[in-house]
Write a protein that binds this ligand. Structure first.
Ligand code: SAH
Length: 366
């Protein structure tokens, strides 16, 4: 049996693990700090542990972050990190620098089962859930690569669970990873700076509110059930009335007093004047902001990005209704880091990388 990976444990689980191997609870705090605050993976370097424990730990456990395959930087400062998670699967994180803060977008699944019509991850199908160590490991690796600013603050100040996969369909692992993000002995992020983005899994939104309320973003994309059923198929199970009610319940315990609605603007599909007007009445009961995302085309998709004048018209209608609305700048195009268009290229790239590795091995053994 393989040794447990200590990156898979939050504070409570690590405390229980230390108890099970006959060690004191405070060891968990020491280990969390070494692993997450200082990015240490070598037990021998953990100088405040008793020598005997330092020698014992490598026989009991490992500290294994996901393997970083590549880290690329676009001219606008966006960075894309690609991770090999074994079995021919790769996932990625994207770092987006903004004035005054930096957000890391992390993945929670390899592939996705929800199959939203406009999303390239969905087109690849679902491979598997990521483990806790694979989710927090993306932050671990990105922190190591990006480091601290001149004031000594970490460059990554915010995390959004908005990469590949549906975080609420991998609930336990996503929440355990979030607990580590919030833990002062690990990353110490405030609940307002960690955002879960979901296509709208209503029972899991309620569970999140009870177990670990953080900022919430909902991938809305349509103002009525008929259209949303075609774009976000999970809507058939949890239609808009239920979703809006879940948002209202969530806000009772949320660390922010609004929900963010994401809305991908697709030419002629959901960007008409009447769609914007219908959105206003749909969301009337929910304190919210809108984040409009011009559709990112990907090979094999027949959708097109909305025309700039239609984007402006749409946004104006929402703004005139008093709804705070922003349009996401398309970032990192040069490194294919824009949301939703990554996976096909990752897969191909992973295959290419796997191929190159195999070729290399063949050269070494021939
Ligand atoms: N499953 C979660 C998180 C992953 S999707 C969710 O649905 O929220 C992250 C965001 O990227 C979502 O808002 C999604 O709708 C958006 N997105 C997916 N494909 C896109 C594309 N081709 N162009 C623009 N945005 C896209």
């Amino acid at each position: 049996m393989s040794l447990p990976n200590l990156l898979d444990f939050d504070a409570a689980q690590l405390t229980a693990w230390f108890a099970a191997v006959g060690e004191k609870p405070f060891r968990a705090v020491q280990l969390l700090r070494w692993m997450h605050r200082y990015g240490e993976t070598d037990f021998a370097a953990m100088t405040n542990l008793a020598r005997s424990l330092r020698e014992k730990l490598p026989t009991l456990a490992t500290i294994t972050p996901p393997a970083l395959l590549s880290a690329r930087r676009a001219s606008d400062g966006t960075r894309k990190f690609l991770f090999d998670i074994g079995g021919g699967n790769a996932v990625e994180s994207v770092f987006i620098p903004e004035a005054g803060y930096g957000a890391l977008c992390v993945s929670t699944q390899a592939g996705c089962a929800l199959d939203c019509a406009f999303c390239s991850t969905g087109k690849q199908g679902f491979s598997r859930n990521l483990g806790v160590g694979e989710i927090i490991g993306q932050l671990w690796q990105a922190n190591k690569a990006l480091g601290r600013d001149p004031k000594g603050e970490r460059v990554i100040s915010n995390v959004v669970l908005m990469g590949m996969g549906e975080p609420l369909a991998n609930f336990d692992n996503s929440v355990t990873a979030i607990r580590l993000m919030l833990d002062d002995n690990a990353y110490g992020l405030s609940r307002r700076r960690v955002t879960v983005s979901t296509a709208g899994l209503v029972p899991a939104i309620d569970r999140l509110r009870e177990e670990c309320p953080v900022a919430l973003a909902i991938s809305l994309h349509a103002p009525d059930d008929a259209l949303r059923d075609t774009l976000v198929p999970i809507n058939k199970k949890y239609p808009l009335a239920n979703l809006m009610a879940a948002c209202r319940r969530y806000l009772e315990k949320a660390p922010r007093d609004f929900v963010t609605f994401e809305y991908v603007l697709i030419d002629g599909v959901n960007d008409r004047e009447q769609d914007a007007k219908a959105l206003i009445s749909l969301t009337r009961q929910v304190s919210c902001k809108f984040n409009m995302i011009p559709f990112n085309p990907f090979p094999g998709s027949s959708y097109r990005r909305s025309r700039p004048d239609h984007i402006r018209r749409f946004v104006d209608i929402l703004l005139r209704a008093g709804i705070i609305t922003t349009v996401r700048r398309t970032r990192g195009d040069a490194i294919d880091a824009a949301c939703g268009q990554l996976v096909g290229q990752i897969r191909n790239k992973t295959r290419r990388i796997a191929q190159t590795t195999r070729n290399m091995l063949e050269e070494q053994i021939s």
